[in-house]
Design a binder for this molecule. Structure first.
Ligand SMILES: Cc1cc2nc3c(=O)[nH]c(=O)nc-3n(C[C@H](O)[C@H](O)[C@H](O)COP(=O)(O)OP(=O)(O)OC[C@H]3O[C@@H](n4cnc5c(N)ncnc54)[C@H](O)[C@@H]3O)c2cc1C
Length: 352
């Protein structure tokens, strides 16, 4: 069976890897197409902070996102252990905090998750931050979400790339149309049994997608020793601080309804940096080592789409949680693909 995956962001790349693992057993031949160069880091997936926080997402997202996110957190450790390269992954929980004047936001968040979850105590504990993470002591009481995690998306995308060495990779190849059994690039037409469309915002001609701009700053802060992934509640925006090895902190991310890939704005930099500085004065001497901008692919309901029909699969609308949701969505997509192959074989067997 010939299968094409179009788009090598997190969705396409992870799908191609899982399909290629099944390939030997089931006779799949996998090809991947991407409009960018193979090692380019232009895809939205390279911009992500790598936060895996189904519970924090529950504040703004539907319970479906929470359920898929929890499933992904179960899958990640297994799948990462099957990669031949190491990927930075931690599941040691996260903190949600607020300054004194914004404590009402924290209370609101707690009440909201309490309403959406039966067993909230398994997922959120009130803690004294002076005890939980000394460097956050000035924020007083906060919430600790013990199941949440984070990973390094760049390491993950690169590790997946290495796993895909044996499949046919058409890079610098823009796909212009996908029809049942056929995929057209600017220069050729290819026939496949199944085509999976994972083009993110590149699939706008076939899905009503919109772009949500996100900006993120990478700081090197030797004077800061925050150990926990921290989300700061604020009436106007939510900001997270993601600690990485070697005193690196990722501070993000803005959410602006616009397909705008221009550099980080002064207003966003001021907001992100002043929020970081308000949490820890040590950020005052930090160095901005990288600024990142990209646009998230979102559908009108902000929910992910995963559908398989008539030889075409679609995984899209991953919005602000593509790294979190990818494993659970891909697991479901492959289940559906295998079911459809089984049911076709049954029809052949009955008609034989
Ligand atoms: C600043 C920022 C921070 C984020 N932080 C997080 C986070 O902490 N946790 C989290 O879970 N998510 C996060 N996200 C969201 C996450 O990055 C996205 O949900 C995810 O990257 C979407 O992945 P994708 O594979 O659908 O699309 P993409 O990564 O955009 O990949 C699409 C691919 O398709 C290719 N393509 C497009 N058009 C064509 C075409 N016509 N032909 C061939 N190829 C084509 C592109 O070149 C690209 O490689 C963040 C996003 C941003 C911007």
């Amino acid at each position: 069976m010939r299968i094409a995956v179009v788009g090598a962001g997190i969705a396409g790349r992870m799908l191609a890897w899982r399909l290629s693992k099944l390939g030997a057993e089931l006779g799949f031949e996998i090809s991947i197409f991407d409009k960018a160069a193979r090692h380019s880091q232009a895809a939205c997936s390279y911009a992500a902070a790598g936060i895996l926080s189904p519970l924090a997402e529950l504040e703004m997202a539907e319970p479906k996102v929470f359920e898929l996110g929890c499933r992904s957190l179960e899958i990640y450790p297994q799948w990462l252990s099957q990669l031949s390269s190491q990927v930075f992954f931690k599941q040691q929980g996260s903190i949600v905090a607020a300054h004194g004047q914004d404590k009402v936001e924290l209370e609101h968040f707690y009440r909201l998750i309490h309403r959406k979850l039966d067993n909230v105590a398994d997922y959120a504990q009130k803690v004294d931050l002076a005890i939980k993470d000394q460097e956050l002591a000035s924020l007083g009481e906060g919430l600790f979400l013990p199941t949440e995690g984070q990973l390094d998306p760049i390491e993950l995308l690169q590790a997946l790339d290495r796993e895909l060495d044996t499949i046919v990779w058409y890079d610098n190849t823009r796909v212009v149309s996908i029809e049942k059994g056929l995929l057209k690039t600017e220069h050729d037409t290819h026939a496949f049994d199944w085509v999976f469309d994972c083009r993110g915002l590149g699939a706008k001609e076939s899905l009503p997608l919109r772009a949500v701009r996100g900006e993120l700053l990478w700081l090197e802060a030797p004077d800061v020793n925050i150990k926990n992934l921290t989300r700061l509640m604020h009436p106007r925006y939510r900001i997270y601080i993601v600690p990485r090895p070697n005193n690196i902190y990722l501070v993000g991310a803005t959410e602006i309804e616009s397909e705008d890939y221009s550099p980080v704005s002064v207003r966003s930099s001021l907001e992100l940096l002043s929020a970081a500085y308000s949490v820890h004065k040590g950020f005052g001497e930090a160095r901005i080592i990288k600024s990142v901008v990209n646009c998230r692919p979102a559908l009108a309901d902000n929910l992910p789409l995963m559908e398989l029909e008539d030889g075409i699969g679609k995984i899209n609308g991953l919005y602000r949680h593509g790294i979190l949701l990818a494993p659970a969505l891909i697991e479901k997509a492959i289940e559906q693909l295998l079911e459809s192959i089984d049911s076709k074989e049954e029809v052949y067997a009955v008609n034989a």
